[in-house]
Write a protein that binds this ligand. Sequence first.
Ligand code: SIN
Length: 504
Amino acid sequence: MDATDFDGVLVIGAGLAGLSAALAAAPRRVRVLSPAPLGEACSSAWAQGGVAAALAPDDSPALHAADTLAAGAGLVDPDRAALLAAEGPSAVRRLANLGAPFDRVAGGGFRLSREAAHGRARVARVGGDRAGAAVMAAVIARVRASAHIEVLEGWSLRGLLQDTGGAVCGALVERDGEVSALRAAAVILATGGVGGLYAETTTPAALLGEGLAAAAVAGAVIADPEFVQFHPTALDIGRDPAPLVTEALRGDGARLVNAAGERFMAAFHPDAELAPRDIVARAIHAERLAGRGAFLDARDAVGAHFPEAFPTVFAACMSAGIDPRTAPIPVAPACHYHMGGILTDADGATTLPGLYAAGECASSGVHGANRLASNSLLEAAVFGARAGRAAARRTGSRRPLAKTGALPRLGRADLRRLRGAMSRDAGVVRDAAGLTRLVDLLDALGDRCGEAGPLVAARLVAECALARQESRGAHFRADHPLADAEARHTLVSLEAGRLSRKAA
Ligand code: SIN
């Protein structure tokens, strides 16, 4: 296949990480490939909570970094957390300068909310629960007005191009069923997470870990893929994807109750509704499994103000005939965020020359075993920009292309089967029997369909979850409920279709 040459940076994915990278790469030419029109099919635009940053007078980057470390259950890199927290305030101001209309207090400062596991009020929000959509609208407007950026909508990733030395030098991309090879000086993967691999997800269902899989197939090292965060409160109305019921509601005093109206969180953690996200998710999972149901009751805490305070959640509830001013909201955990991903350094460089990664598909070291609420938009803005600047400095490879082929697609029926199995066997509570059953299914599907991207991504989660015989952060093993004394990273790469462990 002939490859079209482009002496610039190819950004694959158009959420906040990808677009932050594209803006920061200026004046280098950038092509942004997005599978959908900008702002659609990306989790960033669906984020409700906001952007966490130490903006309050009683706060500091050191305190923010300390909360990030504590949430990550021993697997956050302290230097990266310090970097994220230090760059946080300027990242929020940069987004505000692009036009993101953050909520303000009298005098012009940011109105800040407190969310679970944050020791301070430090989440900058927009219109209650509209942070993601508003931030993305501002960033998209700037991207469209930037002469150095060309946006190509309707293109999806099918694989990476490598030269004869193993460096990544472009991508195989598909539009309307036709695959093309596009060479570039550097490639930044910003393809988002793996929510679509689960039957219950709060993210766009199109997110199937394609970037993660393409990087793994090319030989990049993947870090901690077993750590998948389940949001405790997805709206439980049988919709796919499930609408998110933001944690900010609990921050504002909404209570979790069962069908009998009894609060249950105090039995699980002294911080009750504001306990770390994984603990709340497991508590809700247990309450539902016991047949008692789980609901978020915002009638007293928010009540009549609901439509203005949380317009997105209000609209979702009302669309299902639930008025949250007068009735508790049915909730269930759902896949929300992938902490693991393509291993990067502080500038987004992966272990493969020419390949960078940012946002949810990357493992930048700041989320560990459990991401702190509202750190994801911040990480996308900070590390996306760092990746963009680093990639812009790269000179392209002049070596010839090595042999390359597009990853196979997974059919609808197989994807449906995979999603059900991932939710059941690699979900909130896992054990060896379920994970082994899941790996067997992946083997069977792989034998029939080849190593399609979703199967590769699911295998990374499942095999590494099976191998981690402890419970840590969002990874809970019913058969190994305690954490090991020492926190260890999982580092793996694919060799001849099999996962091979690397020294941590
Ligand atoms: C939420 O609004 O509850 C989600 C925020 C996040 O995932 O950080």
